[in-house]
Design a protein. Structure first.
Length: 153
């Protein structure tokens, strides 16, 4: 049984659906048996929404019983209404695209490299700052160049 529990936790972590605040889930259904698993973030969110909608539980009470704030409850509810179960999946944080290294900046970087093959990322970052007024970490430039090379561009 311990191995199954470890396997399930590993699978939840790998899928990004592990609930890091499982200990905060105090709803009675999650305290009995093994069907309801407080470590399963999607299951916890779904059941919280169901308890409010179908069982008439108050939002503040449900949020507390499932380890969320009221604000988080309403965000989860909106995501569910917009996307269904997919809206309950965690979203990656941070920028969705290279907001500093635009095509214009990358064209400049590639041109600077073509002009001086010995120029490395720290020097490129300085030139980008001078030309565009944008602070870019040298490692970000290295990753962007590697992505372009991988795509064959």
């Amino acid at each position: 049984m311990v191995n199954d529990e470890q396997s399930k936790e590993a699978a939840l972590r790998a899928s990004g659906t592990f609930n890091p605040r499982a200990e905060r889930v105090t709803d009675a259904l999650f305290m009995q048996g093994d069907f309801f698993d407080p470590r399963d973030l999607v299951q916890v969110k779904y059941e919280m929404l169901r308890r409010v909608r179908e069982d008439g539980m108050q939002v503040a009470q449900a949020a507390a019983a499932f380890g969320f704030s009221r604000v988080a409850f309403y965000e989860i509810q909106r995501a569910w209404q917009r996307e269904g179960v997919g809206g309950l999946l965690p979203r990656p944080r941070g920028p969705r695209h290279a907001h500093k290294l635009t095509e214009e900046v990358m064209d400049f970087v590639r041109a600077a490299q073509a002009q001086d093959a010995a120029l490395r990322a720290p020097g490129l970052a300085e030139q980008v700052h001078e030309r565009f007024g944008v602070d870019v970490h040298p490692r970000s430039i290295e990753r962007a160049l590697a992505r372009k090379a991988k795509k064959g561009l």
